[in-house]
Design a protein around this ligand. Structure first.
Ligand code: HOC
Length: 379
């Protein structure tokens, strides 16, 4: 990793200098008053671990088996929408880094890289996150493409029955429908590296969705198209229909309650990601570590339990695993790093997280990832 940026705060500062403000705020912001966003990290950091010093020497092993693959570490890259807006080519940079470091990469339906390209860059290992389309024929076509691209895991997004209320995006014209204001254009002019790279790579577009989008939409029409295409709540019938069609693993993302966990188990799903969409949807909601702790205590062994939202460091990953999550994901941390360091960003943040996590494991004398819960101070 790059020793000039040894913390997320360093990467955030650098990213702010490199990316136009409207794009940075889209990445950085939560919803409403950002209460849920801040609570996520704060409450993860209340988890304390017991160190063990006068004991035999151990070599900690971070490798983690998940859905038939052994990953190098218990964390992966969460799906993030519109990545190419934050940094041109960001999803490509992260997909390549994920392959190199042998960690999972999840592609969002609404990001700026196609399923096919994600699969090519990760040698068929990219997971795919489905925003459930309003039209069944669009859903079925996307599922066929994900299957043809050999995506091993389908992630169903459950927590966007409506888009969250995000004041910064509204102010910046990034709401639905979006608009390009003079203010945004001025911000772009102040970030020449970003502007030049955007010219080289082309304007970011919803690559996976391109085949279903009418050509030549202006920004307002694009906003309306996205709104119509993805409006609607995911329900048990829609999930059951997908379970019947999809042969690979299915994970439900956006779980924040015991009720939804039970439904996921009943529907025969393989995993859940306890998540509140990085605090971007329900400002009045709980942090993720709270339901994750309860869900892990009650349903461990019945379904794979993973968590995202709020983790920013190796110690945060350790704290979350100690509360019973079997795997973790992060979205913003990876994007801050790519926005700050471009092509080096993926390598940098993964290397840093691996080093930090290894250090925590050796402090507490945790030999394997599944041993983490033993070191939770509550137990
Ligand atoms: C029109 C595209 O899930 C978020 C993401 C992506 C939303 C993309 C909307 O910001 O919550």
């Amino acid at each position: 990793y790059n020793s000039n940026y040894p913390s997320i705060e360093d990467l955030i500062e650098r990213a702010k200098q490199k990316v136009p403000r409207f794009a940075f705020e889209y990445l950085d912001g939560g919803c409403n008053e950002d209460v849920n966003l801040m609570k996520n990290t704060r409450e993860i950091r209340e988890v304390e671990l017991i160190p063990q010093y006068l004991t035999r020497h151990i070599k900690s092993d971070m490798s983690t088996e998940l859905f038939g693959h052994t990953y190098d570490a218990p964390f992966g890259i969460a799906p993030v929408g519109l990545q190419g807006l934050m940094w041109p080519n960001a999803p490509e940079i992260l997909a390549k880094a994920a392959l190199k470091h042998n960690i999972p990469f999840i592609l969002s339906t609404v990001t700026t890289m196609s399923i096919e390209r994600a699969s090519e860059l990760t040698e068929g290992r990219a997971w795919f996150q489905l925003y459930h389309p309003a039209k069944e024929e669009v859903r079925d076509d996307i599922l066929k493409r994900a299957e043809a691209a050999e995506c091993p895991v389908l992630v169903l997004l459950s927590d966007v029955p409506t888009f969250g209320f995000r004041p910064r995006d509204i102010r910046n014209g990034l709401a639905m429908p979006p608009k390009m204001t003079l203010k945004n254009i001025m911000q772009i002019m102040g970030r020449p590296d970003w502007a030049l790279r955007t010219l080289v790579h082309g304007q970011p577009n919803f690559e996976t969705l391109k085949p279903y989008m009418p050509k030549g939409l202006d920004l307002k029409q694009l906003g309306l198209f996205m709104d119509q295409t993805f409006s609607g709540r995911l329900n048990e019938y829609k999930v059951a229909a997908i379970r019947d069609k999809w042969k690979g693993k299915i994970v439900l993302k956006g779980v924040a309650s015991e009720e939804d966990t039970e439904k996921a188990i009943k529907l025969g799903l393989d995993g859940i990601i306890v998540s509140n969409h990085g605090g971007r949807q329900l400002d009045a909601g709980e942090s993720t570590i709270a339901p994750c702790t309860r869900i892990a205590e009650k349903y461990q062994g019945k379904i794979k339990i993973m968590m995202d939202s709020g983790l920013r460091s190796g110690p945060d990953i350790a704290r979350t695993l100690a509360r019973g999550a079997e795997f973790t994901f992060m979205g913003r941390s990876f994007m801050y790093s790519v926005a700050a360091l471009g092509n080096q960003g993926g390598d940098h943040i993964i290397g840093m997280l691996k080093t930090q996590l290894q250090q925590v494991m050796e402090q507490i004398c945790c030999e394997r990832v599944e041993d983490f819960p033993k070191f939770d101070i509550r137990k």
